[in-house]
Design a binder for this molecule. Structure first.
Ligand code: PBG
Length: 305
């Protein structure tokens, strides 16, 4: 009766990896029960989360061809663009969010254009803006830039507006840390950087004020919603952001957070269901209205009971 926070299925956003081919349903080694789907098999999985009442999903593309500038990322007929069209035509009310970042599409695995071993901010903006428009044109409701280049929200907003997509929402991965918790995702998306790391564009885990600067800058540039990522090691950041801004705040309960709970549960060391629900509730209590989580389907099943 007096509980302050409760978790609802409306808070959940389910991530999906989509790849080329037909009939593909390939389980990620480090993420039990999380799969790479081809577009045809993806639809069945999306229908399942829809029937559980999950309102939204986020798509990550795994193209067959990668190159230095991530061309497949902004191919109007690319893997994510096709997946969006299929999902929106089968289930129009499903909110489709897309990850806007070129790391899954570049052969070097970085989130930006690389020259002489450096990741360049400004030349990357145009590619991200182009990518976002192809997603909007395919029917995406929300585009979510996860690259952490400075100025990307303004570039994306401008290009969406110019191309007739003023209503496409921007959910910015505003405070995204250079985290070791992304390890299993990089296996899933085959996007580990081939040299160096992401510390020139993602945030230092020691910084908290900087998160507020990043968030405020993205809102100033036109972000409609902001995200903190990862979630569990950064609950303090979620809380500070929630108290500083008045746009919806999301948190990404990332791959490593999922894998460690699954791994401990497999060993019999943790009660998986209870730890999962406590984790998600805590992320919400910290201040996140929406949680991107690989637990979405399982949590929705429990919430439905
Ligand atoms: C970049 C991106 C990453 C994740 C989401 N978007 C990987 C990275 O920055 O290396 C990680 C998500 C997760 O770990 O679940 N496109």
């Amino acid at each position: 009766m007096v509980r302050e926070t409760s978790l609802s299925v409306d808070n959940l956003i389910a991530p999906f990896f989509v790849c080329e081919g037909k009939g593909v349903r390939h389980e990620i080694g480090s993420m039990p029960e999380i799969y790479r789907f081809s577009v045809d098999t993806l639809l069945g999985a999306v229908k399942e989360i829809h029937s559980l009442g999950i309102p939204a999903l986020i798509l990550f593309g795994i193209p067959d061809k990668k190159d230095a500038v991530g061309s497949e990322a902004y191919n109007p007929d690319g893997i994510v663009q096709r997946a969006i069209r299929e999902i929106k035509s089968a289930i129009p009310e499903m909110v489709v969010i897309t990850d806007v970042c070129i790391d899954e599409y570049t052969d070097h695995g970085h989130c930006g254009v690389v020259r002489e071993g450096r990741v360049l901010n400004d030349p990357t903006l145009e590619l991200l803006a182009k990518m976002a428009v192809t997603h909007a044109r395919a029917g995406a409701d929300i585009v979510a830039p996860s690259d952490m280049m400075d100025g990307r929200v303004r570039a994306i907003r401008g290009n969406l507006d110019e191309n007739g997509f003023p209503d496409t929402v921007i959910l910015s991965y505003a405070a995204k840390y250079a985290s070791a918790f992304y390890g299993p995702f990089r296996e899933a998306a085959d996007s580990a950087p081939q040299f160096g790391d992401r510390t020139t564009y993602q945030m230092d885990p020691g910084n908290s004020d900087e998160a507020l600067r990043e968030v405020l800058q993205d809102i100033e540039e036109g972000a409609d919603m902001v995200m903190v990522k990862p979630a569990l090691p950064y609950l303090d950041i979620i809380r500070r952001v929630r108290e500083t801004v008045h746009v919806p705040v999301s948190a990404y309960n990332v791959s490593g957070e999922y894998s460690m709970i699954r791994a401990a549960a497999r060993q019999g060391w943790l009660d998986e269901e209870r730890v999962m629900m406590e984790t998600l509730l805590s992320i919400k209590r910290a201040g996140a209205q929406n949680i991107l989580t690989y637990f979405a389907r399982k949590a929705a099943q429990i919430l439905q009971k």
